[in-house]
Design a binder for this molecule. Structure first.
Ligand SMILES: [Zn+2]
Ligand SMILES: [Zn+2]
Length: 313
């Protein structure tokens, strides 16, 4: 399915590339992208137009699935015809999510090729963990759980003020879904492999000129932190007005862009914002459980950079 055949994200970053040379990797991406375009005959704008249509269709499909599920709950069952419909809709959703995954790969490949001159390898150590957190913000493409096949996300121990390289891991998104493994659909986690401690990314972001510690100090500064809060809150009202979700981050079940939300009674900037599936409802156990706290300055920087073109510095 994948033509990139690498772990990447919509920020134009390649992950898991510690032991390879940047030139070789980017050459491989170009080759893969050209082959893909030749094979499919699709230009980048065709892919974008199709993705737009797929996203609209996905919204309709999700609404109908949720309608049927609620009917199932309230009336204690569905007719044979409704059950078949439910099944078909879920298959259609899987197919749409796969198509949209390919569109995300095209977007990532284009970004990598466009930014070629500023892409360099970053080795993840104590000084650069914020680069990994920055990239944990966007969906990782082509990283699937070995147990259940769901997408995996870069995670780290959220209780730490500054995470060290060994505090990161890949977590299956099935963890958030109810299921039979201690209440989770899947609990699979994977330590980062040696190769995962290197990524290739646009190093021209000012955030990356600082060490993780220096970056943390700047974000903590009350002056900086109130400016960032203001910008994120402006972005939030702007997205709300346009009824837009956040680009690059999607719900692994519904495939729709996550919505930027703020927590009431937050204790500071890094406690204030989170992303939630558009089908998430507060205090409703039957709604989609996917939400992600934005608990680091690096995630907020990635959010602002990808939505407004400028990070936090
Ligand atoms: Zn899994
Ligand atoms: Zn969802």
């Amino acid at each position: 399915m994948s033509f990139l055949q690498r772990i990447a994200n919509g920020l134009g970053t390649l992950l898991g590339v510690l032991v390879e040379a940047t030139v070789t990797v980017i050459q491989g991406i170009k080759q893969g992208f050209e082959d893909y375009q030749r094979r499919t005959g699709l230009s980048s704008s065709d892919v974008r137009t199709q993705a737009q249509r797929d996203r609209e269709r996905l919204r309709v499909v999700n609404e109908e699935i949720i309608y049927l599920r609620n009917r199932h709950r309230s009336s204690g069952g569905l007719s044979e015809r409704e059950r078949r419909r439910w099944h078909d809709l879920k298959e259609e959703r899987d197919a749409l999510n796969q198509e949209l995954g390919r569109a995300k790969e095209v977007q990532a490949a284009e970004k990598i090729i466009d930014n070629e001159s500023v892409i360099e390898k970053v080795e993840i150590d104590l000084n650069t963990t914020h680069v990994l957190q920055y990239n944990a913000f966007a969906d990782s493409l082509n990283k699937r759980c070995r147990v259940c096949g769901r997408p995996m996300k870069l995670q780290w121990r959220r209780d730490l003020a500054i995470a060290g390289p060994r505090d990161f891991f890949w977590g299956c998104t099935g963890w958030y879904l109810p299921g039979t493994n201690d209440g989770h659909a899947c609990k699979f986690q994977e330590k980062l492999a040696r190769n995962d401690f290197g990524l290739m990314t646009d190093i021209s972001e000012p955030e990356f000129e600082l060490s993780a510690e220096e970056f943390g100090i700047i974000v903590d500064d009350p002056g900086t932190s109130s400016i960032i809060a203001e910008r994120v809150s402006d972005l939030q009202s702007d997205l709300k007005k346009k009824k837009h979700g956040v680009e690059l981050v999607t719900c692994p079940v519904h495939g729709e862009n996550m919505v930027l939300r703020n927590k009431s009674g937050a204790s500071g900037l890094l406690d204030s914002y989170f992303l939630a599936c558009p089908h998430w409802r507060p205090h409703d156990d039957n709604s989609c459980p996917f939400m992600e706290k934005l608990k680091s300055g690096a995630q907020l920087a990635a959010l602002l950079k990808s939505q407004t073109g400028r990070g936090v510095l």
